[in-house]
Design a protein. Structure first.
Length: 104
């Protein structure tokens, strides 16, 4: 169950990362509120997952999901470039997350 909570935390982290830009440097109240709530929710879910998962494993998986999701959404939504280097980086992150899951 804690692995599912950890995945949920990672997904919320992706949403949180995407919610930063609309705040326009935290000058817009409603987007800023959404950003703060998403950040708090991601950290709360991460803390729940850490009740039984090792801290290092949980945090590595959490940030890995966030990194992959942020890059993927950047490519799809914002048309960020998808270079060979980014593809290799994504593959390494996904491999690391899979290894952390398999061994943690």
């Amino acid at each position: 169950m804690n692995w599912l909570i950890l995945v949920a935390a990672g997904v919320v982290e992706v949403a949180w990362a995407q919610s930063i830009r609309p705040t326009e440097n935290f000058t817009r109240p409603l987007p800023t509120l959404v950003c703060v709530v998403l950040c708090a929710a991601a950290v709360y879910l991460l803390s729940l997952a850490m009740n039984t998962l090792p801290v290092g494993t949980a945090y590595a998986v959490f940030t890995g999901i966030g990194a992959v999701g942020a890059i993927a959404l950047g490519v799809v939504v914002y048309r960020d470039p998808l270079t060979i280097g980014r593809i290799v980086a994504l593959a390494l992150i996904v491999s690391g997350v899979a290894l952390a899951r398999a061994t943690g």
